[in-house]
Design a protein around this ligand. Structure first.
Ligand code: NAP
Length: 243
């Protein structure tokens, strides 16, 4: 059975991705930080349907906890076949209203956490000479978002980092790709009012917000053999909002 780690799998895109990968036959490591009950119920749902899910609490803003999680998964299951580096936090404010702590937290979780997770999983994948990594950026990482400048910087960094390690890891049969979602209706957008959401939807060529399943389906496809000649790419799942 193939093993997949999904960071931030307790809610939103990560949750739907864990459920979708479990249906594809993966053993899924359901990482969470705060939403223990939600993460437990995802594991129960998968396990009671005959799949295999393992709960793992670790803070993606803490390099030691990331390294411990990866080491434990390697020890318990031998190989790591897929990493979905999904955990992330939003922060909406003018740049001049970002405190030092806010800047540090956004970069630590959204960028340093992804780099550290890919490095630790990369060590395992390089030694097994196979693997598949999918990172989560954002349309704001592609074009920059007003009032989301530091978030945009982290997400833009993920795109450059993904391309760099796709080159570095390719000789070891490891593909690395990035998903850049547009507006997906999850908790990360809880700050938007219903009328903000409706205005945003009017700007989307496909005239709807994205679903977590839209993103999970793209992840499942990129992870599959059907995408075996694709590496170092950014796949926008945004209904045409950014073209
Ligand atoms: P979400 O619904 O807010 O879920 C975020 C997930 O990340 C939760 O499971 C949360 O776990 C986890 N998480 C946050 N900080 C963590 C940490 N320090 N350590 C471990 N887990 C942590 O967000 P989402 O919309 O699904 O977003 C998923 C990814 O897609 C993020 O990287 C986000 O930037 C990106 N994205 C989303 C959108 C969108 O419109 N939704 C657009 C572009 C990009 P706990 O609750 O357990 O703490």
């Amino acid at each position: 059975m193939k093993t997949a780690i999904i960071s931030g799998a307790s809610r939103g895109i990560g949750k739907t991705t864990a459920l979708s990968l479990a249906k594809e036959g993966y053993r899924v490591i359901v990482n969470y930080l705060n939403s223990k009950d939600a993460a437990e119920s995802i594991c129960e749902q998968i396990n009671s349907a005959g799949g295999s899910a393992i709960l793992f609490k670790a803070d993606m803003g803490n390099p030691c906890q990331i390294a411990d999680m990866v080491e434990q998964v390697k020890k318990d299951y031998g190989s790591i076949d897929l990493l979905v580096a999904n955990a992330g936090i939003g922060h909406n404010a003018l740049l001049i209203d970002h405190s030092d702590d806010a800047v540090k937290k956004i970069i630590d979780v959204n960028l340093v956490g992804v780099i550290t997770l890919c490095r630790e999983v990369g060590k395992v994948m390089l030694s097994q000479k196979s693997g598949n990594i999918i990172t989560l950026s954002s349309m704001w990482g592609q074009v920059g978002g007003s009032c989301e400048s530091v978030y945009s910087a982290a997400k833009g960094g993920i795109i450059a980092f993904t391309k760099a390690i796709a080159k570095e890891f390719s000789l070891s049969n490891i593909r690395v790709n990035c998903i850049a979602p547009g507006f997906i209706d999850t908790d990360i957008n809880a700050n938007l009012s219903q009328s903000d959401k409706q205005s945003l939807i009017q700007e989307i060529p496909l005239l709807r917000s994205g679903t977590t399943q839209d993103v999970a389906d793209a992840i499942v496809w990129l992870a599959s053999e059907k995408a075996s000649y694709i590496t170092g790419q950014v796949l926008a799942v945004n209904g045409g909002l950014i073209i």
